[in-house]
Ligand binder design. Structure first.
Ligand code: PRP
Length: 174
């Protein structure tokens, strides 16, 4: 039985199909190159798994954790690096993997920091984007879906650490 507060927005099948398409696009753009997939914890774990297993380009996988939200439903405006990557990104092609770009705060700050570390290239793939919520310039090179400015959970996205394991994306009603 599905939680009655949830309303499915993007199905598991739609997500998987979009992962197929994104992987084809990324493989084509990075043909003959190796890249570092830098996933932003925790929300991106599921997208990273689905995307990475579809790529035929050689990849290294690493993680960063950048916290700006805590358990609140709206951004605190504070960005903190909680866990830095282990692999050196200098001289490497880096693709940041995100589950969602909301205000853009996290991505703007993270990309600014990563650029100081001199990657050969720096791009972003995100499963979701809420363009209506954007307050900071944050460019997304590969995007799964645009969604309305509403609170969503599932496919890695949480509310107080719950719902991350849902294979679909849903609106969470109060
Ligand atoms: C979410 C998401 C992005 C960020 C987007 O992470 O994964 O990193 O918020 O919001 P913004 O564009 O307004 O900065 P969150 O801080 O909730 O951490 P989590 O992935 O561990 O749940």
């Amino acid at each position: 039985m599905m939680d009655p507060r949830l309303k499915e927005l993007i199905s598991a099948e739609q997500i998987q199909r979009r992962c197929d398409e994104l992987a084809v696009e990324i493989d084509r753009d990075y043909a003959g190159k190796s890249l570092v997939l830098l996933a932003v914890l925790k929300g991106s774990y599921m997208f990273l798994a689905d995307l990475s297993k579809r790529l035929s380009s050689p990849v290294m996988i690493d993680f960063v954790q950048v916290s700006s939200y805590g358990d609140e439903k709206s951004s605190s405006g504070i960005v903190q690096i909680r866990k830095d990557h282990d692999v050196s990104i200098e001289g490497r092609h880096v693709l940041v993997v995100e589950d969602i770009v909301d205000t853009g705060l996290t991505l703007a700050h993270l990309c600014e920091l990563l650029r100081t570390r001199r990657p050969l290239s720096l791009k972003v793939v995100s499963m979701l984007s809420k363009p209506a919520a954007r307050r900071h310039e944050a460019l997304v090179d590969y995007l799964g879906f645009e969604i309305p400015n509403e609170f969503v959970v599932g496919y890695g996205l949480d509310h107080a650490e719950s719902f991350r394991n849902l294979p679909f994306i849903a609106l969470l009603k109060d």
